[in-house]
Design a protein around this ligand. Structure first.
Ligand code: OGA
Ligand code: MN
Length: 292
């Protein structure tokens, strides 16, 4: 079988079928997935019962894996393999985490519109999120298309952002959520990354409006003016018509491109278990992203 696609939204996101992701993909499959990612930016595979190692093996075909902030914050982890990012409300002992736990703090940060690891250089290219257990209510993941966000800017704003760069800082979301307990040393360990606001997506050549909640400052601008403009641009990028909302089923694998989309988790009952596993590849020259 080969990759089949069915659009899930007017201009991005598609349901993908025809491949068994528990098996190693062929080069032709990889090229087809990359081409589909360049076109749709979000792909939804249903009914893929991946083990942790199968997910890692599949993801590794696309490039070197990224472990995000784990490099800096060494915390007790539930999942053995550090290349898996535990997107769950379950603590290291396997219990549903306390409402006010550090685990839930990161989950709340994931409920703000963001691009994974945009505060690092290299940043993340693809993220792959696999659902194991979903709560009985809520907990969708929403995606916004940054290519359409760019294309639909008014001409004046497009011109205004052409040469602007924004600084993306890892702790900005944590600080927004009231978690200020970081030492200067910890802050220094994660220097901000800088990306153009009007960026070009390497795989498709399309322009993107590269915003998100990690962006805290436009270089050379006064802070207040820069934060208002960034929040205006984020509001534009995430207008309801530019959003695809994914309703999870166990066995789903959703792949998104962090350079051309934003995403956020939605609220659910924290007393119920929600378990997903993420693998992410870094946007490095080795990544097989141009293969299409
Ligand atoms: C992620 C993420 C949102 C969610 O896995 O990177 O932001 O719905 N997840 O859990
Ligand atoms: Mn994320």
């Amino acid at each position: 079988m080969s990759l089949q696609l069915k659009p899930l939204h007017h201009w991005f996101a598609a349901q993908a079928s025809g491949l068994d992701l528990t098996q190693p993909p062929s080069d032709a499959d990889l090229r087809a997935i990359n081409a589909a990612m360049n076109r749709y930016a979000v792909l939804v595979f249903r009914g893929q019962p991946l083990t942790a190692q199968q997910q890692i093996a599949f993801t590794s075909k696309f490039g070197p894996l990224d472990i995000g902030l784990k490099r800096v914050f060494k915390r007790p982890e539930r999942l053995e393999d550090e290349r898996l990012i535990d997107i769950s409300n379950v603590d290291a002992q396997g219990h549903v985490a306390q409402r006010d736990s550090p685990k839930n703090l990161s989950n709340f940060a994931n409920q703000l519109w963001h691009s994974d690891s945009s505060f690092m250089n290299p940043r993340a290219a693809y993220s792959m999120l696999h659902c194991l257990i979903k709560p009985s209510w809520g907990g969708n993941t929403e995606f916004a298309d940054l290519r359409h966000a760019y294309d639909s800017l008014d001409e004046r704003t497009k011109a205004d952002i052409q040469n602007l760069k924004a600084e993306h800082f890892a702790l900005h979301t944590r600080i927004l959520l009231g978690d200020e307990a970081y030492t200067d040393e910890q802050k220094k360990a994660i220097p901000p990354a800088v990306w153009p606001l009007a960026d070009t997506h390497p795989g498709s050549g399309r322009k993107v409006l590269f915003v998100g909640v990690h962006a805290r400052q436009i270089l050379g601008w006064p802070t207040a003016e820069s934060r208002i403009f960034l929040s205006d641009l984020l509001e534009h990028a995430t207008r309801p018509e530019n959003v695809y909302a994914h309703e999870w089923e166990p066995g789903d694998l959703v792949i998104w491109d962090n350079r051309s989309t934003l995403h956020r988790g939605r609220r659910y009952d924290l007393a119920e278990r929600r378990e997903l596993r993420r693998t992410t590849i870094n946007d490095t020259p080795e990544a097989m992203l141009m293969a299409a």
